[in-house]
Design a protein around this ligand. Sequence first.
Ligand SMILES: Nc1ncnc2c1ncn2[C@@H]1O[C@H](COP(=O)(O)OP(=O)(O)OP(=O)(O)O)[C@@H](O)[C@H]1O
Length: 294
Amino acid sequence: MDQAEQLRNIIKAGAIGHNKPLARVITVTSGKGGVGKSSVAINLAIQFRKLGQRVVILDADFGLANIEIMFGAVPKYNLSDLIYKGKTIRDIITWGPMEVGFISGGSGITGLSNLNKDYLTYIINNLSELDAIADIIIVDTAAGISDTVLEFLVASEEIVLITTTEPTSIADSYSLLKALNRHPKFSKEKTLVKIIANKVNAVKEGDALFEKLNAVVGSYLKIPITYLGGIPRDSQLPKAVMYQMPVSLKSPAAKSVAAFERITVSIMEPETDQIVPKRGVAAFFSRILSGKIV
Ligand SMILES: Nc1ncnc2c1ncn2[C@@H]1O[C@H](COP(=O)(O)OP(=O)(O)OP(=O)(O)O)[C@@H](O)[C@H]1O
């Protein structure tokens, strides 16, 4: 059996399910920095935990340590230690508040093309254990359009795009979707793209933002997008960051927290007209780590 076949078997084994459904991989991204992507990732994670889901956040914003700062947890190892130093998936997960798991991306996954296929298969096999550890994996990407971000997005079954009402943020969100649409590995049919409007001053503002974005995305890119809702501008959110705590735990009565709750419930609702293409962790990482194998 060659390596490609071995890898396909790992993915197939996951897909058949070892008595355990595959983890749902949700990638949180934004067209520009500072719109609240990491805040959303962390607070959705806490809310998913409150609904009984086991959650692991993968910080794929390589080089920046936003999530770990907001999380107040310093990871001992990171993804690079798994890839290059033989650490296992369980070694590299740091457990934070409410037992949300956290994996730091470390310095990234560059140079992977230099690894041999046997080794890549080993890494993906190791990472695929996450399917048994978590129900939901939240991937927090870097902001903006880069090859690495696009690799993560095309590997995702579900993309949550954070945007604000600033015209630059809307334009950058459109540009990100346009770049994604051009990517040879992107499949409109197999990816759900969901929008969150952050830092809105009123519900209507978020609704209008989505309508505007949906109109251009629908006409020019023909990517179906759905709206998860708005998160109000809330001074409790930056305050909680100062305490290195998610606002959902620091100030549960804050107005942004009610929005996080609503959005999480809506993500958990069964999709009516769209099928969530759960592919699991092995498929996700194998797409990122090497289009060369499968
Ligand atoms: N709904 C909100 N109301 C008020 N402030 C917010 C809100 N969401 C995020 N912020 C604040 O905006 C700033 C940027 O948030 P965050 O770091 O989560 O953004 P980001 O998009 O992940 O940034 P980066 O691109 O740098 O990783 C932080 O100070 C955060 O507290």
